[in-house]
Design a protein around this ligand. Sequence first.
Ligand code: ZN
Length: 74
Amino acid sequence: MMKVYICPSCGWMRVVSRRKDVECYKCGEKSMILTKMDFTTFAEMPEKERSAYAAAWLYMHQPPGKGNREKFRR
Ligand SMILES: [Zn+2]
């Protein structure tokens, strides 16, 4: 089962299967967050839309102030 994860620090997205701790290779963030997007949607999504999604995700999940990343952990 493939899952789509996003980095709460830089918005980089990545597809992972059967992993518990997902690390961001772009900025080194140790715990990426599972998105609700399914793999097929992600795979068919053009690069432009991916960045738009990431930007929207970051906007919704990281209000000004940051530093509250912990609450996104399962
Ligand atoms: Zn990152």
